[in-house]
Design a protein around this ligand. Structure first.
Ligand SMILES: Cc1cc2nc3c(=O)[nH]c(=O)nc-3n(C[C@H](O)[C@H](O)[C@H](O)COP(=O)(O)O)c2cc1C
Length: 329
């Protein structure tokens, strides 16, 4: 398997798990890693929250060995808080620290953070310089950006060059503008343009949903690594699919019984890693449960019941009942 050095790590050139707030938590990252994700990144964490000692922010920094190589992701717009955030994150020993310049949500962009930084490249550069200084050579600083604020202001290549000049180790590009949020098609030609513009490694993100897509992204953009987000929902096997595609081998997707067994294991992992009582932790687990039969015919009742699950025992009963109903028990 071909390897690549990226975010300071030597990893197989297969696919990384994308950072996804409220989805890719510790259980999710561990599961995807077990299925072959070559690296993972935590959910975005407020530099200010962390600097002020927020317990929630610190909890999001916890890393287990099973999730490595893993980066932590920081968001904010003030260089001094970003530097302090980096210093606090160092205590959790991430493998690298990523700066979020892609988040589109109003709560983040109204503070001038996330994708709003693409409108203020000088500030973005200042933030990176402050973060690199705070990291003090202990770990790499990386950036995850979009291709611009809106269609009229696509500035991916110039912006990426600036980030490289400020000292980032790796640049991840989600091929959409901020105003697109997650809709429309990701523009891979902009990922290719960034790859041409910089000499640091580039990660491509946006719309990879199969092994074929991953090969096409490698081919069309020349990116050093592919990252997968939403296509992992209820489908951690996508990492195996991509690894087999990269190796030029045939891929056999898992059948429904195996998918549902893995769904139960995933729920168990959520419960085991949560500090919350079962009933509350099950609320987090519900959305994952219903994703496991996405696209499957005759699964409407399963999905509706998944949305109501409040104990692990109920999940087991639901799986057994579904398998009986489709003659696969
Ligand atoms: C629910 C959700 C949460 C996300 N949270 C983050 C985040 O915390 N940090 C980040 O850089 N990107 C975040 N993203 C963007 C993804 O990392 C990724 O770039 C984007 O979804 C495009 O890739 P995909 O088409 O493979 O999903 C999030 C995306 C989704 C769907």
């Amino acid at each position: 398997m071909r390897e690549v050095t990226i975010c300071g790590q030597r990893v197989p050139q297969t696919a990384a798990l994308a950072p996804m707030a409220s989805v890719a938590d510790t259980a999710y990252r561990t599961l995807c890693k077990q299925h072959g994700a070559c690296m993972t990144t935590g959910e975005l964490i407020s530099a200010k929250g962390l600097s002020y000692g927020s317990k929630g922010s610190a909890e999001l920094c916890r890393i287990t060995e099973a999730e490595r190589p893993m980066g932590l992701q920081l968001f904010g717009s003030e260089p001094e808080f970003m530097a302090e955030g980096v210093r606090r994150m160092l205590d959790f020993a991430p493998d690298w620290i990523d700066i979020n310049m892609g988040c589109p949500v109003p709560k983040v962009v109204t503070q001038g953070a996330g994708s709003a930084l693409m409108k203020t490249p000088e500030l973005a550069e200042e933030i990176v310089r402050a973060a690199v200084k705070a990291a003090d050579g202990k770990l790499p600083i990386t950036v995850k950006m979009r291709i611009g604020w809106d269609e009229a202001h696509v500035n991916a290549s110039e912006f990426a060059k600036r980030m490289e000049g400020a000292g980032v180790d790796t640049i991840c590009v989600h091929g959409r503008t901020r105003t697109q949020f997650y809709s429309g098609e990701a523009d891979w030609s902009q990922i290719a343009a960034v790859k041409q513009a910089v000499s640091v490694p580039v990660i491509g993100s946006g719309d990879v949903t199969s092994g074929e897509d991953a090969l096409r992204m490698y081919r069309e953009t020349g990116c050093d690594l592919v990252m997968v987000g939403r296509a992992t929902y209820g489908n951690p096997w996508i990492f195996e699919e991509i690894a087999t595609a990269v190796a030029g081998e045939p891929y056999q997707a898992p059948e429904v019984p195996e998918r549902l067994r893995e769904m139960l294991r995933h729920i168990r992992m959520i419960l085991d890693t949560s500090d919350k009582p079962e009933k509350l932790a099950m609320r987090e687990a519900r959305k994952h449960a219903l994703w496991y039969l996405r696209g499957e015919p005759h699964a409407a009742a399963f999905r509706a019941r998944s949305a109501q699950l409040s104990t692990y025992a109920e999940s087991e009963a639901l799986v057994a009942e579904y398998l009986r109903s489709v003659g696969k028990a």
